[in-house]
Design a protein around this ligand. Structure first.
Ligand SMILES: *Cc1c(COP(=O)(O)O)cnc(C)c1O
Length: 337
């Protein structure tokens, strides 16, 4: 399947073992081998997973002759920050519809949105793009040619970035950079990342269980998130002619780690962030990757993997949110523990 694609990120992103963490966990009982895929190092605007989707979404916007992109998200949306940067790189105007009201303190992703020159519209309760159609209309009336980038970049076109990511992973396995993982853990929130990986794994005959760790309790696309995710996976599979390959599609969504809901930091996230930072010098974020890494630790402690398993933690970025959650993350200095 050949889709228009803009070259934005630095790929392939690195893969490597988490050896110090493994040794630390081994003291507590049997544990699998652990590896990490560094999409937090994907290059654009402090990195993250949305760059992979934006290569296809911006590619399509340019092919369609758009001069403006519009998208939506939460106030600390990584997707909006990366879209703003991708638009700047591509000579497109960028409008962001963000949930909530204008805060008194501008930090984290919101600060970066402004630095990248995005125009920000505050949407109150509507953090999932409910106001986008009206904004598109207004921009058209003003003589612009806007392209809508869906919430989270999660359409079949956006998910194609993660179909390509699985080609990239397959090549890294072939080259011996890491062994083939038996399990992959990744955040699943607007669905494009998870859906694309499931389709890409099938196309590449990767025999691995992809555990999507759910991040957001709320309904999505007018129904449950699980229904939305399966629908998006099927659309992505159709776009890539997967049926021709007779592949089995298996969508595994784990909703056990939702805690207080989207963006609510609990002990799971706090402990995970501190452990990875202190053993490996790697930052995970309070909303997505901290929750997924916390889920991984909980699953290891519960004996859900065997010692023969090779588990790949897919780091999807989110680093700037660390600064916006400074108060929730403030913890005892290491010398107190
Ligand atoms: C958006 C995002 C995710 C989730 O990806 P989806 O494709 O929306 O499910 C995971 N991690 C980070 C840091 C993100 O910004």
């Amino acid at each position: 399947m050949s889709l228009p694609r803009a070259s934005l990120g630095f790929f392939p992103t690195p893969v490597h073992p988490l050896a110090r963490l493994e040794r630390r966990l081994a003291a507590q009982g049997p544990r699998p081998s652990l590896f990490i895929k560094r999409d937090d190092q994907s290059g654009v605007a402090i990195g993250g997973n949305k760059v992979r989707k934006l290569e296809f979404l911006i590619g399509e916007a340019l092919a369609r002759g758009c001069d403006t992109v519009v998208t939506a998200g939460a106030q600390q949306s990584n997707h909006c920050r990366q879209t703003a940067a991708a638009a700047a790189m591509s000579g497109l105007e960028c409008h962001l519809v963000l949930g909530g009201e204008k805060p008194s303190r501008v930090t984290g992703n919101l600060l970066l949105d402004q630095l990248f020159g995005a125009q920000i519209h505050w949407a109150g309760e509507h953090r999932k793009g409910e106001d986008l159609p009206r904004l598109v209309e207004t921009l058209e009336e003003q003589g612009r040619t806007p392209c809508l980038v869906p919430y989270g970049g999660s359409s079949a076109v956006g998910a194609s970035g993660f179909v390509a990511a699985m080609d990239e992973l397959k090549a890294q396995i072939r080259a011996g950079e890491i062994p083939a993982p038996t399990h992959i853990l990744v955040a699943s929130s607007s669905g494009g990342t998870h859906a694309g990986m499931v389709v890409g794994a099938a196309l590449n005959d990767l025999d691995t269980t992809i555990h999507g760790i759910a991040i957001d309790k709320e309904e999505h696309g007018g129904g449950t998130y699980a229904d939305w995710l399966v629908g998006l996976t099927n659309e992505t599979a159709a776009l890539h002619d997967l049926r021709k390959h007779h592949a089995r599609i298996d969508v595994s969504l784990d909703e056990r780690f939702l805690g207080g809901g989207y963006g609510v930091v609990g002990d799971l996230e706090r402990e995970a962030i501190a452990l990875l930072a202190r053993t490996e010098g790697i930052l995970v974020d309070p909303v997505y990757t901290g929750r997924v890494f916390g889920a991984l630790l909980a699953m290891i402690r519960a004996g859900e993997f065997s010692e023969d398993d090779r588990v790949l933690f897919w780091h999807t970025g989110g680093t700037p949110a660390v600064f916006a959650y400074a108060e929730e993350l403030a913890m005892r200095p290491a010398s107190d523990t």
